[in-house]
Design a protein around this ligand. Structure first.
Ligand SMILES: Nc1ncnc2c1ncn2[C@@H]1O[C@H](COP(=O)(O)OP(=O)(O)O)[C@@H](O)[C@H]1O
Ligand SMILES: [Mg+2]
Length: 250
């Protein structure tokens, strides 16, 4: 197993009114290649901050983040999908996806083909020329996912990507993402997902990192060994969710 990402005693504080507010106290965990790891914890415990640090958008005030054995300071090879889709409203679906490819692929034709491939893959065939306002929430989040995957990232970061969707759209997109992840020929290979939904974490992850309330520390790590595809209505599933809830409340 190749270790892709290591957070070692990561801490984060903000200065506010001359006082230091500790958001993350001491967080250590690692992510192996091809793993699906969820980070779960109460609101305000620093989950989004961790995503930003992994992206290289902000630096920990203590501790280190290593990516492929190197001190981490850029977001190359890492894509992200946030809770809200953050699409450019004046660009079509096709143009929104192509935009992230501009620096990676100089050939316009290849860029267009790559964008179309991922739009199709995520189930939006025929919507290439639609504008974001014409799409449902679930479809917009699909575009975000197509955009994130189109760069063939080594790591896909997800920050509560399903939490603004209705239950049906969320479940459909979870299943589609799992199908892509399980296909060895397609990105993403490695996924780090922030969530506060225990069922979702158990359905999707190989391992769950449980954070405490702010100032956060890692409370526990739980390996989920249920066979895939996971039946979210099976007895074993309920049992696993229950044991995760118990460990979280300890
Ligand atoms: N730029 C900032 N300045 C001051 N406080 C911040 C800043 N960004 C985040 N915080 C604080 O850090 C804590 C963690 O925030 P966040 O990472 O968004 O938590 P989560 O995603 O787990 O809900 C929160 O209490 C928030 O108020
Ligand atoms: Mg957050």
């Amino acid at each position: 197993m190749e270790r892709l990402l290591t957070l070692d005693h990561v801490g984060m504080f903000y200065s506010h009114d001359k006082k230091d507010i500790v958001s993350i106290k001491d967080v250590s965990f690692h992510v192996n290649r091809d793993e699906f790891v969820s980070i779960i914890g109460p609101s305000g415990c620093g989950k989004s901050t961790i995503i930003k640090m992994i992206l290289g958008l902000s630096k920990p005030t203590s501790g280190t983040i290593d990516y492929l054995g190197r001190r981490h300071n850029s977001s190359s090879g890492i894509s992200v999908v946030f809770q809200s889709s953050a699409l450019f409203p004046w660009l079509t679906v096709q143009e929104n996806v192509e935009l992230v490819l501009e620096n990676l692929q100089k050939d316009r034709k290849v860029r267009g083909e790559t964008a179309r491939k991922y739009i199709r893959m995520i189930g939006l065939d025929g919507f290439e020329d639609a504008y974001p306002r014409e799409l449902s929430g679930g479809m917009k989040q699909r575009v975000s996912l197509a955009r994130a995957l189109s760069t063939s990232p080594d790591v896909l970061l997800l920050d509560e990507p399903f939490s603004s969707l209705d239950v049906f759209a969320a479940q459909a997109l979870r299943e589609e993402l799992l199908d892509l992840w399980e296909n060895p020929n397609l990105p993403p290979r490695t996924v780090i997902m922030v969530t506060h939904n225990v069922d979702e974490a158990v359905q999707m992850s190989d391992r769950i990192v449980v954070l405490s309330h702010r100032p956060s520390v890692v409370k526990t790590e739980i390996a989920i060994t249920l066979p895939r595809p996971r039946n979210t209505r099976s007895e074993e599933f309920y049992h696993t969710v229950d044991s995760v809830l118990t460990e979280m409340s300890n």
